[in-house]
Design a binder for this molecule. Structure first.
Ligand code: PLP
Length: 453
């Protein structure tokens, strides 16, 4: 039954990333408050937050210190900008801290408000810097099928998922999509992970050759693809890809929007998966989602090129009103302080084995074709036939059904195609991980019964 609040929601809120036809009939889950890794709906029912919101709420809910950091900054200076001739301490201190943590030698940090804006900025920087370096033909950016880099015109173009392109007249020119490193779905019969990685690197090499290396500027990659279905590449994938990029002088942009700040047990996913990025996009766990803030970390050579260009043409014409918003920056700084003080990396590394063991055990469930993941992120892909890997008829929306059952059981997880993704807050305990997987198993059992009926 749709409640009054749900009806008001359906009548007024245009929901992002939702089926706008079915949502009014189903009604949104309307949340009211949170505590630790639990959120509560308006009727007071608790849910274990198995997605950390949208891969972002690392520290869970109710962190008074973060509330205080925001309130204190709001009292002192709620707004100041970074445009011509202005700056403020929270942005400076945050940039300094990010330079210290950066997975590559960093020069500066450009602040923005969302992961999409960060990747939009990445694309504009690639174009601008190559103009500045006197090679205006070197502009193309290669992303990957199933990648998710956001929804602005540029970042949605980088995204490699059809519903971000169809009817939006995207992608824009100059974007190419290479193969997706998902062995379970895209390996040839009998192809080992190693051989699969070798083939993908060879295909990338061929793509760059076909485009003309002098026209290809950058390759962008999430260390682990998140919204494409939690896809963990083979172990040797990035070193092989990196060699191809180096051969053709193509820079590597790491989209650390999900993997950054501890998700894979290190500060950055790049380090965990042996990537050597030139630039990095950050967002989400940067502030543990207590305030919207994102950024791009750039190396010396880009910074120098930007400065030289300003000497020639003046103003660097890019930036947002809320770039480095002082309240968001103060919250992010406090978040990083808490991560360090509570030794969040040690905690995450301590719970990863238990999380991955429970996740991989779901591979034995009759509905699960693949249980995949690394660090503190994973997914189960639901199939109609485990042997042939045959998918369910898309109209059955099997993963959405499982997510609905999980919600009944008091667990929030997310459907991505036929996969159910799991990405809990980093502060989750081992006992809460058990509860998460107990509830997910119950939901999968109910889904199996529903599918068989
Ligand atoms: N990049 C990655 C890897 C993401 O997962 C997301 C969002 O989930 C984005 C970029 C876009 O971030 P936002 O939704 O903050 O614009």
């Amino acid at each position: 039954m749709v409640t009054n609040l749900q009806a008001r929601d359906a009548a007024t809120v245009l929901h992002p990333y939702s089926n706008l036809a079915t949502l009014p009939r189903q009604g949104s889950l309307i949340l009211e408050r949170g505590e630790g890794v639990f959120v509560y709906d308006v009727d007071g029912k608790p849910y274990l937050e198995g997605m950390a919101g949208l891969w972002c709420n690392a520290l869970g809910h109710g962190r008074e210190e973060l509330v205080e950091a925001a309130a204190e900054q709001m009292r002192k200076l709620p707004f100041a900008h970074l445009f011509t001739g202005k700056s403020h301490d929270p942005a400076i201190a945050l940039a300094e801290k990010l330079k210290e943590l950066s997975p590559m030698k960093a020069a500066k940090v450009f602040f923005c408000n969302s992961g999409s804006e960060a990747n939009d900025t990445q694309m504009k920087l690639v174009w601008y810097v190559n103009n500045a370096l006197g090679r205006p033909q070197k502009k193309k950016i290669i992303s990957r099928i199933k990648a998710y880099h956001g929804v602005t015109v540029a970042s949605a173009s980088l995204t490699g998922l059809p519903n971000n392109h169809i009817d939006f007249d995207l992608p824009i020119p100059g974007v190419r999509h290479a193969g997706c490193p998902h062995h379970y779905r895209f390996a040839e019969a009998g192809e080992s992970e190693e051989a699969f990685a070798t083939r993908l690197a060879a295909e990338l090499d061929a793509l760059i050759e076909a485009e003309g290396p002098e026209t290809v500027a950058a390759f962008i990659a999430e260390p682990v693809m998140g919204a494409g279905g939690v896809i963990v590449p083979p172990e040797t994938y990035y070193p092989k890809i990196q060699a191809v990029l180096e051969k053709h002088d193509v820079m590597l942009i790491a989209d650390e929007v999900i993997c950054g700040f501890g998700r894979l047990g290190e500060w950055f996913g790049s380090t965990a998966l042996k990537m050597k990025p030139d630039t990095v996009s950050i967002a989400k766990q940067l502030s543990s989602a207590y305030a919207p803030i994102a950024g791009v970390i750039i190396p010396d050579w880009i910074d120098e090129a930007l400065t030289r260009q300003s000497e020639k043409i003046g103003v660097f014409g890019h930036g947002f009103t809320y770039s480095g918003h002082p309240v968001a920056a103060a919250v992010a700084l406090k978040t990083l302080e808490i991560y360090e003080r509570e030794n969040i990396l040690a905690h995450v590394n301590g719970i990863i084995p238990g999380f991955q063991a429970r996740l991989k055990a779901l591979g034995d469930h009759p509905l699960v074709g693949e249980a995949r993941g690394t660090g503190l992120v994973g997914a189960v892909e639901l199939v109609a036939d485990k042997t042939t890997k045959r998918s369910f008829d898309a109209r059955r929306a099997i993963a959405a059904k499982a997510v609905g059952f999980a919600q009944d059981e008091g667990l929030i997880v997310r459907a991505i195609g036929d996969a159910v993704s799991i990405c809990p807050p980093l502060v989750i305990t081992s006992a809460e991980i058990d509860l998460l997987f107990d509830r997910l198993t119950a939901a999968l059992d109910r889904t199996e019964a529903w599918a068989a009926a």
